[in-house]
Each structure stands twice: as C-alpha cells, then as structure tokens.
Design a protein around this ligand. Structure first.
Ligand code: URA
Length: 191
C-alpha cells in the first residue's frame, strides 16, 4: 500500500522504537508544507520543541526563521524535520542507536515529499544524511548530489548563537541556497 502522511504521522506519534519515548512530552514530527520543494533537517528536539511538539521553536528556531526571511521564505514554504523525533535528555547529541531507530520516519517523509533540495542544519544531520565523516567547518555551503537531490549543510542555528563570528559564512550559505532554489524549484520563490 502506498504510504500516506497520515499513516506515517500516526505511526511516529505512537513510536517506542528507542528509549526516548520514555522521557518525551511530545513527538516532534515535522512542520511546513507537504508539497515543499526544500527540506530542512535538524538533529532533534530541544526542551521548547518537546513542550510544543514543533521543530525549531526556541531561540535557535527564531534565528532559523530570520535566516529564512533573509531569502524571502517562511517556514510554511518549506518543510522542517529532525533526524530524531523525540528529545534526547539534557540536550545531548542523539545516540547512533536512536538515530538508527528513527531514521526510517525521515526517509518516509522524504519519499512522500520528494524535495528538490535538502539543507542539513548542523553536523549531526550532515553526518547522517550527506556523509558519515562530514566536516561542517570545512564543507558547510558546498553542494552534494544524492539520489537526484541537491544537498548542502549549514551551521546549526544554535552554533551561530554560540559563536556569532560564523554568521557571515552562514549568510553566504543561505545566499547560495537562494540561488539554488531559484534555479531548481518550480513553485518556491526565494527573493
Ligand atoms: N535543534 C534541532 O536540531 N532541532 C530542533 O527542532 C530544535 C533545535
């Protein structure tokens, strides 16, 4: 049977494939347009996201919204999801077993969405999606192609909050994203 967003979301909401279900308040499935041509992938929910059930709603999320606005986009024009859908306690990095237990949901989201462009937000997403030994400080802003999808990683917004000196590089990466969207996307306008 063909997958559907509804079936997938339902399965994800009830998931107990790793131990993160025991401490979660909410599953953070994803947000945005289900016809989006651009998919942003973070690492996993933090405390605010766990409370609200939506990705990137804390300070890092506000910065992501500001970066999107610079290239004329709102979160409703794209889709935003995470590698793991439940909050790792104490905001630690998601463990390999947790990522492996959860990645199927992101793969099914990607299959339903069929994005033209994937943007990895930070090192953890880039290592899972682009290449296991991805080096964010060296390779952010570079384009890669996998299975016909153009992919790039940018610094995680939380890293930009910690180290504002990296913001000019992030700005350049978003300008490159803007150009790629306008080259490849049919109905997403980044102006
Ligand atoms: N950081 C992430 O990687 N994802 C979120 O949803 C929030 C913060």
């Amino acid at each position: 049977m063909a997958d559907s967003w509804e079936a997938l979301e339902q399965a994800c909401m009830n998931c107990r494939e790793c131990s993160l279900w025991e401490t979660r308040k909410n599953v953070v499935f994803g947000v945005g347009s289900r016809d989006a041509e651009v998919l942003f992938i973070g690492e996993g929910p933090g405390a605010n996201e766990d409370e609200q059930g939506e990705p990137f709603v804390g300070r890092a999320g506000k910065l992501l919204d500001d970066m999107l606005a610079i290239i004329g986009l709102k979160r409703e024009n794209v889709y935003i999801a995470n590698i793991v859908k439940c909050r790792p306690p104490e905001n630690r990095d998601p463990l390999g077993v947790e990522q492996d237990a959860c990645i199927g949901y992101l793969r099914r989201q990607t299959a339903l969405l069929r994005p033209k462009i994937i943007v990895c937000l930070g090192r953890i997403a880039a290592m899972k999606i682009i290449r296991e030994d991805f080096k964010i400080s060296r390779e952010h802003g570079q384009w890669f192609e996998k299975a016909g999808i153009q992919m790039m990683a940018v610094y995680h917004p939380a890293a930009l909050l910690r180290d504002p000196r990296r913001r000019p590089e992030a700005f350049d990466d978003f300008k490159s994203l803007q150009a790629k969207i306008n080259e490849l996307c049919e109905h997403t306008k980044a102006e």
